[in-house]
Design a protein around this ligand. Structure first.
Ligand code: NAP
Length: 252
């Protein structure tokens, strides 16, 4: 009989968690009968130490909205890429006798996005717009920089790192950036009617639109792209790739 281990997900609203279904299935497939995956819905990141104390078998956690940045002060170690991006979506918890748990943070969204994008790299003029400036947007920026793709953030507000606000965007700007990534929650279930406010008229069949959202599979943002002939990609590939990488970290 294998040792009991618990893994889990922390976030604010977890009613539609992909991770729980995914990891429970993987445990069964790998014959890990005493492994559990739980959702920890918390209202504040300050509840994390209490969860770690209450569940001494908790060995790893996935982190979702809105805690990917807020979790950093609670870590004992942060992987280099996660540190550069400033966002952590996976934490491995090592426990040694008579010592406090040791928390190591990683970012597997970076891997997931890079894998999504790599298939299409040869097919576009290398200039990109990233919609949003949160943890996911920063992972996207990291990958685009690594691949030498010139990229600019689009935000609701002017900040140092931001080139354009939505009000600044013109049809010409959209025309000249052939890769556009939605890294905002706009259009995510249940608010599927929402979409980022950009001049969609600037899109063409030489554009690639990537939505990090995976539920629904076809967001309003992607529908608009399709209407103008753009290549459209949703967040499913990224989601699965980041989960596979998370598995490797949990079991390394
Ligand atoms: P987040 O930090 O909550 O938000 C990202 C950014 O979106 C915010 O910083 C904000 O940028 C912008 N934003 C938020 N609400 C908005 C609104 N009402 N109107 C316009 N812009 C708004 O989320 P995140 O963790 O970065 O995740 C973003 C999206 O990526 C989510 O839908 C998430 O599910 C998805 N995601 C998918 C995967 C995957 O594996 N497929 C992985 C990670 C994340 P400004 O304030 O600068 O406008």
């Amino acid at each position: 009989m294998s040792d009991i281990k618990i893994f889990g997900l922390i976030g604010k609203k977890l009613s539609h968690s992909f991770s729980q279904t995914y990891f429970r299935k993987k445990f069964i497939e790998n014959g890990l009968k005493n492994y559990e995956y739980r959702n920890f819905q918390i209202n504040s990141i300050e509840q994390l130490p209490k969860i770690i104390d209450l569940f001494p078998k908790l060995s790893g956690i996935n982190v979702t909205i809105p805690y990917k940045e807020q979790i950093i002060p609670y870590l004992d170690f942060i992987d280099k890429k996660a540190k550069t991006v400033g966002a952590v979506n996976v934490v491995k918890i090592n426990r040694y006798e008579n010592e406090k748990p040791y928390l190591k943070g990683y970012n597997t969204d970076i891997f997931g996005f890079e894998l999504t994008l790599k298939k299409y790299l040869d097919n576009f003029d290398k200039k990109a717009l990233i919609l949003g400036t949160g943890g996911a947007a920063k992972s996207v920026n990291f990958v685009l920089n690594k691949l030498d793709i010139e990229n600019f953030y689009v935000s609701r507000s002017k900040k140092n790192s931001v080139r354009y606000t939505y009000n600044d965007l013109t049809t010409e700007i959209v025309k000249s950036h052939k890769l556009i990534i939605n890294a905002t929650p706009l259009g995510m279930y249940p608010k599927i009617e929402n979409l980022p406010e950009i001049p969609y008229k600037g899109l063409s069949n030489s554009h690639i639109l990537i939505d990090l959202i995976y539920n629904p599979a076809l967001t309003k943002f992607l529908k608009k792209g399709k209407k103008y002939g753009a290549k459209i990609i949703n967040g499913k590939t990224m989601l699965i790739a980041q989960a596979e990488k998370t598995w490797d970290i949990f079991f390394q």
